[in-house]
Design a protein around this ligand. Structure first.
Ligand code: 5CA
Ligand code: ZN
Length: 415
């Protein structure tokens, strides 16, 4: 699928080094580096209720990571999916009386416009699940052939069988076992599995936590003929297959919100390990949750602040970026109007103090660039970088044009 237009990134003098990132699996900082090309997969939207500030914050975190990689002289290969067939999308389409395909197409269009307005770097590969159904079905077939997937008859048997992943049989000492990514105990896993699309109570499964790989066709549901019978994919396998197809095995960073740690990233990593014989990624990275009015901003609760609504009300996209960048990507935080106002004030100050080419003080802009680079290099500390720029702007720098270029290249805010 087409993605969106790429923002311009000015070049900067010198180079930073490869960033360190917190890894959920090993619970520590890890050098996010695997050769000359950094390869990243970030889980994309399920296309309804796009684009809220939680989505925007997550995509901005990995946009920042890519800017740091580019600044370190690396090539970047970025892939992202669109979950354009899944229960929540079908339920929303049914509840609002629209065709699920129309809903998905219009929401992906809106998402593209929002991402472009926010100057988020586009993926090289933007792939909808419905574009790769054959590849997904073939992966499921291979998992069955490898003996790590099994059939469970559908309740009325007429539809044939659903296919599940056998977590216990897929476990491998050197590669992946349930819990390796999320580090959760089984009671918490079961609770999260139930909450986040899993079916622990389904009769016939070998283990309550085994996830669905392929759902056999049911009356009234979309389905496709495939190598494993008519039906549609389960959730986690789509990301394993798209990531392996586009990025290859053992890529650099698997990213997404912390709501995806379990079961989604745990199971995607398990499927990919079973398919490829290699780990899915080097680093499993997760963003904190953005809340609004006291609760996680989510489609199911409906407490959404939408990028498009703020833009339509005349809010500057750069102020939205600065609101998000003022919070560390791993922290949970709450969107407030006053946080946006603070960002608008900051933007106005930076614009007025960094206009023109004449120095406003003695502080070398090159030194400011070095401190900002270091803050971002160590686990993307954007709040620290913003504070460093605030002080530099207050003191006055010798080369405002250089600092403007740095802010544009590293933080995506063109002044
Ligand atoms: N399509 C799946 C991933 S394969 C999905 O989770 N879609 S989503 O539309 O629900 O979310 C898209 C991305 O935004 C995911 O990375 C998710 O973790 C992140 N996200 C969703 N809500 C929030 C939130 N409140 N704060 C931060 N990130 C969020
Ligand atoms: Zn995903």
């Amino acid at each position: 699928m087409k993605a969106w237009n790429r923002p311009e990134i000015p070049t900067l003098p010198g180079l930073s080094s490869a960033p360190c990132l917190y890894d959920t699996a090993t619970r520590g900082l890890v050098e996010a580096h695997t050769g000359d090309t950094a390869r990243i997969y970030v889980c994309g939207i399920t296309p309804y209720d796009a684009t809220h500030m939680g989505h925007a914050a997550t995509y901005l975190a990995y946009d920042t990571l890519q800017r740091v990689w580019l600044d370190a002289g690396l090539e970047v290969h970025f892939a992202q999916n669109v979950t354009d067939i899944d229960d929540p999308l079908l339920e929303r389409a049914a509840a609002t009386g629209v065709d699920w395909q129309d809903l998905a197409a219009s929401q992906v269009d809106l998402f593209r416009r929002d991402m472009e307005a926010l100057s988020i770097l586009p993926p090289e590969d933007y792939v909808a699940v419905t574009e790769v159904l054959d590849e997904i079905a073939d992966a499921v077939r291979r998992l069955v052939a490898a003996g790590v997937a099994y059939e469970v008859p559908t309740p009325d048997s007429s539809a044939g069988s659903d296919i599940y992943f056998d977590c216990a049989l897929a476990a491998d000492d050197d590669l992946w076992a349930l819990g390796n990514i999320s580090n959760l105990d089984s009671a918490v896993m079961e609770e999260l599995f139930r909450e986040r699309g899993g079916d622990p109570d389904r009769d016939g499964k070998r283990d309550v936590l085994d996830p669905l790989l392929w759902r056999a066709a049911r009356d009234g549901e979309p389905s496709w003929a495939s190598a494993v019978g008519a039906g549609r994919p389960g959730w986690h396998i789509e990301c394993s297959v798209i990531a392996l197809m586009e990025l290859g095995r053992d890529f650099t960073v698997q990213g997404g919100g912390s709501d995806l740690v379990f079961p989604h990233h745990e199971m995607s990593a398990g499927h990919a390990a079973a398919l490829s014989g290699h780990p899915l990624a080097k680093v499993y990275s997760h963003t904190g949750m953005v809340a609004y009015q006291g609760e996680k901003m989510s489609k199911s609760l409906g407490n959404l602040v939408l990028v498009s609504k703020l833009l339509a009300a005349g809010v500057d996209a750069r102020a939205i970026r600065l609101t998000l960048l003022a919070h560390h990507y791993r922290s949970d935080w709450e969107w407030t109007d006053s946080a946006l106002e603070t960002a608008q004030d900051r933007l106005a100050t930076w614009c007025s103090r960094l206009s023109g080419d004449t120095g406003t003080g003695d502080l070398p802009a090159l030194e400011v660039l070095a401190t900002v680079r270091e803050s971002l290099r160590v686990d993307l500390n954007t709040p620290k970088a913003l504070a460093q720029i605030d002080s530099a702007v207050a003191l006055g720098v010798d080369d405002p044009a250089l600092l403007r270029r740095a802010i544009s290249a590293l933080l995506g805010v063109a002044l």
